[in-house]
Design a protein. Structure first.
Length: 172
């Protein structure tokens, strides 16, 4: 199974890029699914802390603090949950898209599963809605100097021209 991670600042189009890649890869006959490291975190936030699913200042604060608690207990907590799911379904799919890698180990650990391609996306015309504290949180800064396979600079509502090149690389 091939793994594609997508990283970037909050609100810069990670999920949008993942959905575009999924559509194009499926059109080429690939079996693809999208999963997030934060899916488990969001489930706990919703069911235990009554998070309403909105990533406003309060919601993002809940997610960052809960993620910190999980990583304090075990830095591989969320990684292990995601890898369990990938290993469960890996024979049924060709490619997994993970549009929320936030730490180097979240990218590096996937290399044991299969070929891993890392993408960073920045929407240059987007102004962050995060507070200064949230923007400086380790989940927003840990990959600042990571050597990605692809770095995409894009604008709101513009086509991402690198998609076809990335797909060709993944399929070869």
């Amino acid at each position: 199974m091939k793994c594609i991670t997508i990283s970037g600042p909050a609100g810069h189009g990670k999920d949008t890029l993942a959905h575009k890649l999924k559509l194009k890869l499926k059109a080429k006959g690939q079996k693809v699914f999208i999963i997030h490291y934060a899916d488990y975190l969001k489930m706990v936030a919703t069911q235990v802390y009554n998070w309403n699913g909105i990533k406003n200042e309060v919601g993002r604060d809940i997610l960052q603090k809960l993620g910190d608690k999980m990583r304090a207990q075990d830095e591989m907590y969320l990684i292990n949950e995601l890898i369990k799911i990938i290993n469960l379904v890996k024979n049924d799919f060709d490619i997994v898209l993970i549009p929320d890698a936030r730490f180097p180990r979240e990218i590096e650990c996937l290399k044991s599963i299969g070929r891993t391609v890392s993408i960073h996306i920045t929407r240059v015309d987007y102004e962050s809605i995060l507070t200064t504290e949230q923007n400086n949180h380790k989940t927003e800064r840990s990959l600042d100097n990571y050597p990605y396979d692809y770095s995409i600079l894009t604008y709101t509502d513009k086509e991402i021209k690198e998609i076809d090149m990335i797909i060709e690389d993944i399929l070869n």
